[in-house]
Design a protein around this ligand. Structure first.
Ligand code: G3H
Ligand code: 13P
Ligand code: NA
Ligand code: ZN
Length: 343
């Protein structure tokens, strides 16, 4: 069944495990993700961000204009996930990732999401509190869980700040929980989004430890979320590059660091990049194994993009030119099956 995030967070805290949360950008991915979780007898957290919802709403220009269609996309993916969750042997959470404003959260909730993230991390503390509190006020009465974010993850865009000045302040995190009533909080403690997280990243595990100790002392509930947690497996990067890709400077978070972070109070671990890398690899393998597809009128456009955007690994970029044909059925059946397989 489809459940909110909160009960999973409570279980994570009680039994001391970290729950993976995986981004999906297509209905086929959601189905596959649920099946994998069933194999491992694990509950599932599937998450879609605004862009993903735009993409699933059918916008081929999703990078720029998809946001208008995020409502349709939220409905599309929620319907699919709900159908699969009803028949699944494990509970499933459908969570909005990095909701950018109140409207994004409302669109997701109306579409059928059972949990939302409101990412006010770029706002001053008080404004972040205000916005997040509004979302909690809307979501909680509807049975929907809420994740907030405090602190700025290090990243290529953050060159304005010294990396250390963007870590989450533990006392501010506790105050944020108290003032907003969020179920979960994304913290900045050394992880980073994307495939270039820097060599030998050491996580600042004293940050979740300090938050957890304060929270326990005060008797407040609040789970901690580790974003930017992909491990960026070297063998997948190597396979992409062996098939003509040009991915450089790729480094993930060591799995040992993530395991240690769980012991230090991290409850939810977000992974997107690793899946994007694997799908990109799969698409390249498909065209290597079936050269006749390269000039196919329905899917040849994917191959052209794979060949020209060699340092890209967001499958949506490659799927964009043929999305209409995939979604609306004008693609040949055997080609569609191949595409869906590799997503
Ligand atoms: O943390 C961000 C996620 O990887 C979602 O990315 O906005 O490209 O869908 P997206
Ligand atoms: P990665 O880019 O490390 O996969 O992080 C994903 C994430 O934080 C989604 O919110
Ligand atoms: Na953020
Ligand atoms: Zn994130």
């Amino acid at each position: 069944s489809l459940i909110p995030l909160r009960p999973l967070l409570e279980a994570s805290m009680r039994y001391g495990f970290g729950q993976g949360a995986f981004n999906v950008n297509a209905a086929a991915q959601a189905k596959a993700a649920i099946e994998v979780h069933e194999m491992f007898r694990s509950p599932a957290i599937l998450q879609g961000a605004d862009l993903a919802n735009g993409f699933m709403g059918g916008r081929t220009d999703f990078i720029h204009a998809a946001l208008e269609d995020k409502k349709a996309g939220a409905r599309n993916i929620a319907a699919v996930v709900k159908k699969h969750a009803e028949n699944a042997s494990v509970p499933v959470v459908l969570h909005l990732d990095h909701g950018r404003d109140f409207d994004s959260c409302v669109a997701a909730i109306e579409g059928g999401y059972t949990s939302v993230m409101i990412d006010g991390s770029s706002l001053p503390f008080d404004e972040n509190v205000e916005l997040t509190r509004e979302v909690v006020k809307y979501a909680h009465p509807r049975g929907v869980s809420v994740e907030g974010e405090l602190g700025v993850l290090a990243g290529v865009e953050d060159h304005v700040f010294a990396a250390s000045s963007t870590y989450t302040n533990p006392l501010s995190a506790v105050e944020f929980f108290q003032k907003t009533g969020v179920d979960a909080l994304a913290i900045s403690y050394g992880t980073m989004h994307g495939a270039s997280k820097g060599k030998n990243v050491k996580l600042r595990k004293e940050i979740p430890v300090a938050i957890r100790e304060c929270m326990n002392h005060l008797g407040i509930f609040g789970a901690l979320v580790s974003h930017g947690s992909s491990t960026v497996p070297k063998y997948i990067v190597d396979e992409i590059n062996a098939l003509g890709g040009e991915l450089e400077d790729t480094h993930g978070i060591f799995i040992e660091e993530l395991k240690a972070a769980v012991g230090c109070g991290i409850n939810k671990i977000n992974v997107d990049t690793d899946i994007r890398l694997a799908v990109t690899r799969n698409m390249k393998e498909l065209f290597a194994a079936r050269p006749q597809l390269r000039s196919s009128p329905s899917v040849g456009g994917i191959y052209e993009l794979l060949e020209t955007k060699k340092n890209q690994f967001d499958p949506r970029v490659f799927l964009t030119p043929i999305m209409d044909t995939v979604m609306y059925g004008t693609v040949k059946d055997e080609d569609r099956a191949a595409i869906v397989d590799c997503i």
